[in-house]
Unconditional design. Structure first.
Length: 282
């Protein structure tokens, strides 16, 4: 499991512990729930707390698709096995959704709508009262069209409802002994594409393999954004010096060229969430 490596996590504050208690109360009040589970920092924390409160009245549902790396799926399966959580894996092939491949600005809405409708069918079949997803308070500050689908379909967002942000979740995850407390932030591979650029299985695979290389080389928080045939690498600024070391630089360049990229670049601002949304603000 890749981790951030540079996170300094303090002991939980009184306020953070109170937020955890509020979350426990909220989840217990749902009675039963299907959690959209990606194995990320947020959904792992949410699933752990929900299962602690509801036991077998809580299940995890993970969508398997070409925009979801195999490593993440395997981590999701492993976590549910370890915790004794019933886990259902569904196929959710985004590329088959009308309009998705053209990567419109509402791409995330199209994907989330389809996913939560599938989870809704599972929840209904299982007799579960609610569906919940793991967006946190920080997600309110960026362009998140997927949250429109969440609102339209009546999906619960317990972390946002209980005012938990990313830092709160990492601190409380560490307190609960979750391995994801220092895991890198992750978003589906489709988020690596410039809006309007066609998304294909081939290019998703290129991005996936390029990011896996960076993780294998020990870089902590990574993104490989794709602009046509150009790879724009985002890493933590603290690791710039290491990526420019001759062995790493040549390995990355050679491998990404073999994957099909014509040019390999390093973003001088470094890693940041939602960098593809920056053009929408102009």
């Amino acid at each position: 499991m890749a981790n951030t490596g540079f996170i300094d996590i303090p002991a939980p504050s009184r306020e953070q512990k109170e937020k955890l208690e509020a979350l426990r109360t909220y989840l217990k009040g749902l009675g039963s729930v299907a959690i959209a589970f990606s194995s990320g920092v947020d959904s792992t924390f949410l699933l752990k707390v929900a299962h602690d409160m509801l036991q077998d009245r809580c299940i995890a549902v993970t969508a398997m698709s070409c925009s979801f790396p195999k490593r993440e799926l395997e981590e999701a399966k492993a976590f549910c096995r370890k915790e004794g959580i019933r886990h259902i894996v569904v196929e959710s092939e985004e590329l088959e959704i009308e309009g998705f491949c053209q990567n419109p600005k509402n791409r995330c809405y199209l994907c989330k709508r389809e996913l939560f409708e599938k989870i809704g069918q599972i929840a209904e079949k299982e007799g579960l009262a609610a569906i919940a997803e793991g967006s946190n308070l920080d997600d309110n500050g960026d362009y998140r069209p997927g949250l429109q689908a969440v609102a339209e379909l009546g999906i619960k967002s317990p972390l946002r409802a209980c005012d938990l942000d990313k830092q709160d979740i990492r601190v409380l995850s560490k307190m609960l002994g979750l391995p994801t407390w220092e895991k890198q932030s992750f978003a589906c591979l489709s988020s690596r594409f410039v809006y309007g650029e066609t998304i294909s299985k081939e290019k998703l695979s290129m991005v996936d393999q390029a990011e896996q290389l960076l993780l294998d080389l020990g870089f902590h928080q990574v993104r490989v954004r794709i602009h046509g045939s150009i790879a724009r690498i985002e890493i933590l600024p603290a690791e710039f010096e290491r990526i420019l070391q001759e062995d790493n630089r040549e390995k990355i360049y050679t491998t990404l060229k073999e994957l099909g990229f014509s040019y390999v670049t390093l973003d001088l601002l470094g890693y940041r969430t939602g960098s593809m949304n920056e053009t929408l603000k102009k």
